[in-house]
Design a protein around this ligand. Sequence first.
Ligand code: XMP
Length: 474
Amino acid sequence: MEFREGLTFDDVLLVPKYSDITSRSQVDLGTRLSRNISINMPLISANMDTVTESAMAVTMAREGGIGIIHRFLTMQEQVDEVLKVKRSGSVVIENPYTISPEQTVHDAAAYAEDKGVSGLLVAGPDSKLVGILTERDMEFEEDTSRPVRDLMTKDVVTAGPDIGPGEARRLMHKNRIEKLPLVDGSGTIRGLITSKDITDLENYPGASKDSKGRPLVGAAVGVKDDFMERTDMLLGAGADVIVVDIAHGHSENALSAVRHIKKGFPSCELIAGNVATARGAEDLIKAGVDAVKTGVGSGSICITRVVTGSGVPQLTAVMDCAKVGRDNDIPVISDGGTRTSGDATKALAAGASSVMVGSMLGGTDESPGSVLTKNGKRFKVYRGMASLGASLGRRSKSPGFSMDDDLNDYVAEGVEAMVPYKGSVNDILKQLTGGIRSGLSYCGAHTIPQMQKNAEFIKMSGAGFAESQPHVFS
Ligand code: XMP
């Protein structure tokens, strides 16, 4: 048997090239996520339960990337997370949450909290607007059994459904209001504009958006049980892309799921993975995917290579898959093992159109889970989706689960870690994108496709790697 050499990020460097770039702002990080979707920065937050729910996905989209809501939620919970993202940055919220005037303040507060909104429109029969109830209206009310009609603002400033952002902004300022319900001639609710969404529009000009101006968001599904119904519901909620998420993506289970989804929902933009070989990428593309997710055992919390002996070093995996991707005009995503902006730049230079990131984004305000304190230091949990903890969490929610279940029946392929609490993910994204911009400039490239053409890798020795690290004290 002939042995091929497999390389990863730390085995290589990008050879610096002449650059005419005088400022990082001249570098364009726009790229293709999938066959028909483009994003403005090449980063995707991983579909993991300690990385991406709505808060992370909103931030990723604002910054020009995209987040993939993980699938370890009930169908309705996952749909709600997609809806939260879609509502967060759309200038017009098409179906605003409403409450009836007869319901109690207690119900209203619970509903608003569940949906993550700060106010509700009050709707009478036939969805006619009768009032608006905001957090401020409810704030110090001691008797929460009172009906909404007693506390709501009845005299509501409204606008017609076709009002533009500029006019809405003026109207809200003139009336000093934060929410502007849109109603038609008969008073029926047709939408809602909030001041926050207008501000977001101005503050995040590079946000990735769908055709209605709402933030892009993806959602993951599995390959068994409810995956078709889940896909249907997620697409119905507005998910822009579905990710078939399975550890061994070059398997009949994954290929058959891809075929089923593409047959049932022909216009669904579909990413699938993970694979690590040209043949894996080719088979997924033949099955109909719109992007291939690449990476087996490269993730920071993965023990797949230790437990199964299987995997391909990430740089080689990306290069092999990207060649097939190029031949078929299908983008490839590098998933796992990105620890620095340098790694991300190398993955892009190797042919990936974008990079999925887990650990770098875990431990932030926007990642799910609470901040824990140990010995005066703050942490958050970041765990592999095939770790024992993640699996137990999932199994404990399924019917028939017993604490007496034999843990030896489960072979974990991931571990759990406490990562230092890092604050807002915005700062991390700034560092990452700043580093990638500089990386492109070192390659003499203004764009990612240009870098992919220009890139020249050089393999380094152990001494070269040591020299590449800070070594002032060694
Ligand atoms: P990073 O290195 O960014 O990797 O933390 C994130 C990616 O790791 C994959 N992942 C796993 N791989 N066992 C694995 O072998 C696991 O339990 C596991 N959980 C996540 C996944 O591709 C993710 O995007």
